[in-house]
Ligand binder design. Structure first.
Ligand SMILES: NC(=O)c1ccc[n+]([C@@H]2O[C@H](COP(=O)([O-])OP(=O)(O)OC[C@H]3O[C@@H](n4cnc5c(N)ncnc54)[C@H](O)[C@@H]3O)[C@@H](O)[C@H]2O)c1
Length: 187
């Protein structure tokens, strides 16, 4: 199958691309590092010609303390819109969108879950630009599926890391110790 893979130069994208190629799929990579901008509607539509599905990973993650809500919104929401437009115009069979557990608004101490174990019905209270962009992009996928009858799958991984990420997290906890997880009974 020919698959459009956005964000294929990133941490997750590189691994996904390798696995999909191993599984015999043809990959059309789409990443800013290769000069392909997810914010460019006509280019995203062109990239999808001949593809049957898309795995949409391209995003700004908002890990930076100086995170720019405008840029995150532009990349993550307009980017998802463009991917869905490409899926509609090129008649894809499936859209897989990498959302984030951040959409729930409970991952980094912003709030506590209403109940455990959480499920897909748990309310979302996203509390920063990245989390809001992920929740709204999920809604976009939902509306798109209702209107266009193309299957959309939204995934919410809590953390996909490599060794460098562990190091970065340890360093960031030194700067913001309130990000550290503690048992509720100790709070
Ligand atoms: N890594 C995690 O722990 C984690 C957890 C939850 C969700 N996610 C989601 O998974 C996806 C991939 O994350 P990652 O960890 O590989 O991040 P990453 O930053 O390593 O990869 C993101 C990729 O998107 C590309 N990109 C950014 N802006 C772009 C633009 N305007 N046009 C085209 N490409 C652009 C970047 O160049 C990069 O290669 C993201 O959507 C992220 O929100 C990641």
């Amino acid at each position: 199958m020919k698959i459009l893979l956005t964000g294929n130069s990133g941490l997750i994208g590189q691994v996904v691309e390798k696995q999909l190629r191993t599984d015999g799929h043809e990959i059309v990579g789409y990443d800013l590092t290769e000069g392909s901008d997810i914010r460019n509607t006509s280019n995203v539509i062109k990239a999808g010609i001949g593809c049957e599905s898309v795995v949409h990973l391209a995003a700004l993650l908002g890990n930076d303390e100086r995170e720019n809500g405008e840029e995150i919104t532009r990349t993550n929401l307009l980017g998802t819109w463009n991917v869905l437009e490409s899926a509609r115009i090129n008649a894809f069979r499936k859209v897989i969108f990498m959302s984030s557990v951040d959409a729930l608004g409970i991952f980094k101490g912003e709030g506590i879950p209403d109940y455990f174990p959480i499920n897909d019905d748990h309310p979302c209270r996203p509390a920063n630009p990245y989390a809001i962009s992920k929740k709204l992009a999920e809604e976009m996928c939902y509306s798109f599926r209702q209107t266009n009858h193309i299957s959309t799958i939204c995934l919410r991984p809590p953390g996909v890391w490599n060794e460098k990420t562990y190091f970065d997290i340890i360093e960031s906890r030194k700067i913001r110790p309130e990000y550290e997880w503690v048992e509720l009974s100790l709070m």
